[in-house]
Design a protein around this ligand. Structure first.
Ligand SMILES: Nc1ncnc2c1ncn2[C@@H]1O[C@H](COP(=O)(O)OP(=O)(O)OP(=O)(O)O)[C@@H](O)[C@H]1O
Length: 257
């Protein structure tokens, strides 16, 4: 198992934000977390990338309790692609992606041939190799997002966390990024808003509502009109697409008042 979250609970000022969450990602598996705004998805991921500490429960990454793992070790093993990319200095694209190598560097911070090869490969994978010398801040939102993905890939992590990674991307790059993530031979846990993309790429989904898990399983098993209505308060039809994957179709009258 690459990641196990066991009975995780977290509250802030008396408000329960996560309650008894248990979740697992197997080796090489692409697992999605879906749920409405404010349901606790980012708070859950923040526990995995160690911005927050569990108040109850525990997290095991690659066989080791996260709480016992030095930060330098988890930083080496896990990469994170978040929603917001504020950088204090206007680095070049190449330098931004090279930062992904920092956790792996052992030669007093000296850049090796291996580091350069990892950066070039990652830039190529996200289709940004032609823009390596551009300033990060001069890029469009979608280009920035692809650079941040390249930085995560350059890190050559053993586990990848994605928090709404397709936010700024057009449909081609949304699919390219998810295809890339799904094709990695490592565990990937992704928060996704687009239910159809989640159904297309994730092997399993966990559904959060009000800080609790309301469903978990393969997309074809759990993505039903009843679940979508209960969790999001909208009606839909669920058709079957390629390989029997569910395809969710909304109408304008979908919102349940
Ligand atoms: N620092 C904080 N102080 C108070 N409330 C917080 C804090 N952080 C998160 N919350 C609340 O916890 C709940 C879960 O937030 P979280 O960001 O995890 O939701 P989310 O499912 O990722 O939402 P979204 O889809 O809108 O990104 C929300 O109600 C949010 O307002």
């Amino acid at each position: 198992m690459d990641l196990e979250i066991k009975d995780l609970s977290f509250s802030l000022r008396g408000k329960e934000i996560l309650q008894d969450i248990s979740l697992a990602v197997k080796r090489g598996e692409f697992v999605g977390i879906i749920g409405p705004n404010g349901s606790g998805k980012s708070t859950l991921l923040k526990h995995v990338y160690r911005v927050l500490q569990p108040q109850r429960g525990e997290i095991v990454l690659l066989g080791r309790r996260l709480a016992d793992m030095p930060l330098a070790v988890s930083a080496q093993q896990m990469a994170v692609v978040g929603q917001f990319h504020t950088v204090a200095f206007d680095f070049s694209v190449y330098d931004m992606v090279m930062m992904g190598r920092i956790p792996q560097q052992r030669h007093g911070g000296r850049i090796t041939r291996q580091d350069k090869a990892a950066v070039e490969r990652a830039l190529q994978l996200v289709g940004m190799d032609g823009m390596a010398s551009r300033r990060f801040q001069s890029l469009s939102g979608g280009e920035q997002q692809r650079v941040v993905m390249a930085r995560a890939l350059a890190q050559e992590p053993r586990f990848l966390l994605l928090d709404e990674p397709t936010n700024h991307l057009d449909i081609r790059y949304q699919m390219q990024l998810l295809e890339l993530a799904a094709g990695l031979d490592i565990g990937v846990l992704a928060v996704l808003h687009d239910l159809n993309l989640a159904a297309m790429y994730c092997q399993r989904l966990y559904v959060l509502k009000g800080g609790r898990l309301t469903a978990a399983g393969e997309p074809r098993e759990i993505l039903t009109p009843e679940l979508v209505r209960q969790v999001y308060g909208v009606t839909c039809e669920v058709l079957r697409g390629q390989a029997e994957r569910p395809v969710i179709v909304f109408g304008r009258e979908a919102v349940v008042i």
